[in-house]
Ligand binder design. Structure first.
Ligand SMILES: [Zn+2]
Length: 346
């Protein structure tokens, strides 16, 4: 019997305080050299244990080996100079000093494949691995070489495809691409954003997901959310094209957001990771609140396609808060599972 409503997280989880400064993005490592490598593996094991104890069904590395979900991947590529920095506006929202693309981008060796292999050795549960999506990658760089967002995105898509194929071979069950930029640049998403994502998943046999959210609970994002009005209809701009794409799963922010749930109807047929945990607050959801969100989503997603999830990554949260939120996610999913009278036969 296949389990109904399998739970998972959108990606990052808090790191232990001996590895990196807690509750901080881009937190510097506290260890060095071999100690750092060992420390990252230990943290990955801990993060996995916490997910298992909380009853999470589809587990991940909690992004314990990376400093940031976009930057760490790019650091491993050729063609990007991290010393040469320019200030650009990220997702049309906040200014940041970013590295410069100075030549042709390429991947000389795998970035996360060893980590994925390590995670695979630790568990028999299905595993999901997150990579940044092409559009979100280009949006965190200054491009002095291609001088075309689209061209650079296609180059990154090729590189992501190489990495994804090796992750699949390492035993990853679901490869997820994080594309918060999809919520901002609608015309580009429809012109080439989704097409580059499809290039990134070309030839993969494992399941593929795209995570589209309103960002971590950092100030720049919460300020931006205040400007979006009472109904957030961003998803409406891109769902029709996404529905026609080859991506299997769409991961969304639904808890406490102002996204009208009925928009999910526009991607009917896709599997949907429904964010039922708000990552922008330390308040712990009750299992009943999680169940309510899932029930609302069930009006627009068939039960066998619904994956209860978090709105976004939880890296910036205190560890005990993240743990409690994972417990609430499992408990809420279990309530709804019981309500659905049957399970799907294999
Ligand atoms: Zn997110």
């Amino acid at each position: 019997m296949k389990k109904l409503l399998p739970t998972s997280t959108a990606g990052s989880l808090p790191k232990p305080s001996w590895l990196a400064q807690p509750e901080t993005l881009w937190s510097p490592w506290k260890l060095q050299d071999q100690e750092l490598l060992d420390g990252k593996q230990d943290a990955l094991r801990l993060s996995l244990q916490e997910q298992v104890h909380a009853g999470v069904d589809i587990v991940s590395d909690g992004e314990q080996t990376r400093q940031h979900f976009v930057t760490t991947f790019i650091e491993h590529l050729d063609g990007v100079d991290f010393e040469k920095r320019e200030t650009v506006r990220i997702r049309d929202r906040y200014d940041a000093s970013v590295p410069t693309v100075v030549g042709a981008v390429s991947r000389q060796k795998p970035v996360f494949v060893e980590d994925a292999r390590f995670l695979r050795q630790q568990t028999r549960q299905p595993i999901k691995w997150a990579l940044p999506g092409p559009m979100t990658m280009i949006d965190t760089l200054y491009d002095a070489h291609y001088k075309s967002r689209e061209k650079l995105a296609w180059e990154f898509a090729k590189i992501l495809n190489q990495e994804a194929k090796e992750l699949e071979e390492a035993g990853v069950d679901i490869i997820q691409f994080d594309e918060p930029a999809f919520n901002v640049f609608f015309d580009e998403v429809n012109d080439w954003g989704i097409a580059t994502l499809e290039r990134a998943i070309e030839g993969l046999k494992c399941e593929t997901a795209v995570h589209i959210c309103y960002g971590y609970g950092i100030k720049a994002n919460t300020d931006w959310k205040k400007t979006l009005g009472s109904e957030w209809r961003q998803y409406e701009e891109i769902f029709p094209r996404l529905q026609k794409s080859n991506i299997d799963i769409v991961s969304l922010e639904c808890q406490n957001s102002h996204v009208p749930m009925e928009l999910i109807e526009l991607i009917r047929g896709k599997k949907v990771m429904v964010g039922a945990i708000d990552v922008a607050t330390n308040t712990i959801e009750t299992p009943g609140q999680v169940a309510d969100t899932l029930r609302k989503a069930l009006q627009y997603v068939d039960a066998e396609n619904l994956f209860p999830c978090t709105n976004c990554g939880m890296a910036p949260l205190p560890r005990h808060v993240a743990r409690a939120k994972l417990n609430a996610l499992s408990a809420g999913a279990e309530i709804v599972r019981k309500e659905l009278s049957h399970q799907i036969p294999d």
